[in-house]
Design a protein. Structure first.
Length: 128
């Protein structure tokens, strides 16, 4: 069972890498600036919103790190637990659990932290 979950995460990360590359190609054809973290942010945000268009728009990522620092330790632990779920159960399952279990503020923190972790993981695996 655990090996199946690992393969699922691997497959999902490959799909995210492919979405990012598609977005990069579109923006380069339009002579626009491409940012990998913005692309990851848009993909995660679209999944949190149940948006089937996972490529998303390339709006600037809002820097809301100050509110993350304001989360009490218990809420931050809940967010971190859901992030860990992503790497244990897969991206889609982890996001679905986060949507059902976290408050709006916690979901914002979840999104921002997950973007950084996914970026690092995709880079480490050579997928972006």
């Amino acid at each position: 069972m655990e090996e199946s979950l690992k393969q699922n995460l691997d497959t999902e990360l490959i799909e995210v890498g492919q979405l990012i590359e598609r977005r990069r190609n579109i923006l380069e054809q339009e002579n626009k600036i491409f940012d990998e973290k913005t692309a990851i942010s848009n993909i995660v945000a679209s999944q949190l919103k149940d948006d089937s268009n996972a490529i998303g728009d390339d709006n600037q990522i809002n820097n809301h790190n100050s509110y993350i620092n304001d989360l009490d330790p218990e809420k931050m632990q809940s967010v971190q637990s859901k992030i860990d779920t992503i790497f244990d159960k897969g991206l889609k399952k982890g996001i679905n659990e986060a949507k059902s279990d976290l408050s709006a503020l916690e979901l914002d923190a979840f999104h921002d932290i997950l973007v950084g972790r996914l970026y690092d993981e995709l880079k480490k695996r050579g997928l972006i």
